[in-house]
Design a binder for this molecule. Structure first.
Ligand code: HEC
Ligand code: HEC
Length: 272
């Protein structure tokens, strides 16, 4: 009898919490602006959850030798080109847009003291959802990500004067190693190239905004964009340079690599 009372009490409490949650979300009471940080307990909860998640997901990553000077210099060039705009560097401020981000992109001078190399690798490769830290998996090969980690490990010991005097090198990203086309990887690429912000794509969560035609049933269509016969080669060509194929079309060149285009074409083949 007492157990039953407790059960009913717990269920009522849950229902009340659910009702409050719905009220807060549905009536727009929750403030989603980037102007204010979360309340201290919410911040603590999210930050702790993020740290634990990174720790768990990175535990099986094998760390290569990171003390090589050439690797560190390569990481420095990539860091200058791709990371400073949000994170700043010793004596260098981030770009204005980054100042308004919540959570704020931290100064990475301390990152190598907070995080293990495998964790830095994981964060850089996969990013942090709902935080503004991008996933670099589709931009950089693993070797380049390790170069960045090698540089991040040096960063706590680099003074502003030394950072200024480091030679600025070209940062040409390495190509990804070749592999057999993978529809599953192509599905992930649909998000990582923003396809889902302009197309309805079955099975992919996102805005699915109808800026371009729906990709539902694309495998059965005879032509691509009304111009090219729908063959696998033409699909790769379209995904890599839509502006060359149709300069009057609104689909932008997204810098899709050859390998990623093959993966996406394999995925599009499954949309019948
Ligand atoms: C568009 C802005 C942006 C760019 C560009 C960016 N980051 Fe970040 N990064 C963030 C934000 C925002 C966070 C904070 C996430 C959080 O606190 O939850 C973050 C967090 C991190 C962290 C965890 C650090 C910490 O403070 O605990 C590392 C490491 C990191 N980024 C590395 C990089 C590297 C390496 C690059 C360049 C390849 C890069 N980031 C480029 C926005 C960016
Ligand atoms: C900024 C919006 C935008 C983005 C981002 C975008 N597309 Fe498009 N896409 C369009 C528009 C607009 C068209 C129609 C263009 C035309 O007819 O020339 C189109 C056409 C297409 C077509 C031909 C559809 C048909 O029915 O013939 C395919 C396939 C396609 N896009 C795939 C993709 C993929 C894959 C990505 C991600 C790599 C992507 N799109 C990213 C706007 C976009």
């Amino acid at each position: 009898m007492r157990f039953r009372h407790k059960l009913i009490g717990a269920m009522l409490a849950l229902a009340a919490l659910g009702a409050i949650g719905t009220w807060v979300l549905y009536w727009g009471v929750y403030d989603v602006s980037a102007r204010n940080q979360h309340l201290a307990p919410t911040y603590w909860l999210l930050d702790t959850g993020m740290r634990q998640s990174v720790k768990r997901h990175s535990q099986d990553i094998h760390v290569p030798q990171l003390d090589d000077q050439r690797l560190i210099r390569r990481g420095q060039a990539l860091f200058r080109e791709h990371c400073v705009l949000c994170h700043g560097a010793p004596g260098v401020a981030p770009q204005p847009f980054a100042l308004g981000m919540t959570p704020a992109p931290g100064n990475l001078a301390h990152a190598a003291r907070d995080w293990q190399p495998a964790e830095l690798f994981w964060i850089t490769k996969f990013g942090i959802k709902m935080a503004g830290m991008p996933a670099w998996e589709f931009r950089f090969a693993d070797d380049d990500i390790w170069a960045l980690v090698a540089f991040l490990r040096r960063l706590p010991r680099i003074s502003p004067a030394e950072y200024r005097s480091l030679p600025a090198e070209e940062a040409q990203a390495l190509p990804h190693p070749a592999h057999e086309p993978s529809a599953e990887r192509g599905r992930i690429a649909m998000r990582q190239y923003l396809c889902v912000t302009c197309h309805v794509i079955p099975g992919i969560v996102g805005p699915n905004a109808p800026v371009g035609p729906t990709l539902d049933g694309i495998a059965k269509r005879a032509v691509i964009a009304g111009l090219l016969p729908n063959t696998p080669e033409n699909m790769v060509r379209w995904l890599r340079e839509p502006q060359r194929v149709n300069p009057d079309g609104a689909m932008p060149d997204l810098g899709v690599s050859e390998r990623d285009a093959h993966d996406m074409a394999a995925f599009l083949q499954t949309l019948r």
